[in-house]
Write a protein that binds this ligand. Sequence first.
Ligand code: SAM
Length: 217
Amino acid sequence: METALKQQLIQGVDRLELDLTTSQVDLLADYIDLLMKWNKAYNLTAIRDPKEMVVKHLLDSLSIVKHIDDSPLLDVGTGPGLPGIPLAITRPELDITLLDSNGKKTRFLTQAKTSLKLENVTVIHGRVEQAVSGANGNSDKRYKIVTSRAFASLSDMVTLARDTLAEDGRFVAMKGVVPDEEIADLPGWVSVEEIIPLHVPNLEGERHLIILKPDAS
Ligand SMILES: C[S@@+](CC[C@H](N)C(=O)[O-])C[C@H]1O[C@@H](n2cnc3c(N)ncnc32)[C@H](O)[C@@H]1O
């Protein structure tokens, strides 16, 4: 990554008040370099400008770090690893599973896990609605945090990912403006616990984290 862009990344990390080591910042830069390289052949993301990747992919993903506790996390429809890979780099103690139904994307994720030496990452290729049934050869693990960005409406997310959530878990959805219609469409077994405004350096437009809690049955 060019020096000027790396500087922009460091400033963004500072503005998010994340206390990262030099090697963590280097890994974030290496991740963007890897994404740029693989994107040419694999079409992993529509964003091709590295400056935009830093803001719209890295800093946006990093804006949720402070709102995630130490529980095992599933990133549903992670695509090229967003927000999961930036989370895994900044929080090496977190057990992070990246799930996507697109084989090209999970091949990239497996490569990224190896290249960036992310021992806290597990990659699963499959559809989330089949993830627990064993249809993809997966275990029946349940997660305390099920997150997603740009995956589906809130209603579709909770319906498709319901069986992956631990009883005391939370859905954590990254959204733009507060999606009132999606909230109104939520099924009865889940409710909004909290809506957290996110502040992403150099990004215009609102961002919010929607925390959803399954009601005790
Ligand atoms: C728009 S992309 C978002 C990728 C990434 N989260 C991001 O923010 O850039 C949505 C991703 O969800 C995946 N996907 C769609 N339906 C899925 C399903 N039922 N189970 C798992 N992944 C799915 C797609 O393959 C795609 O990579």
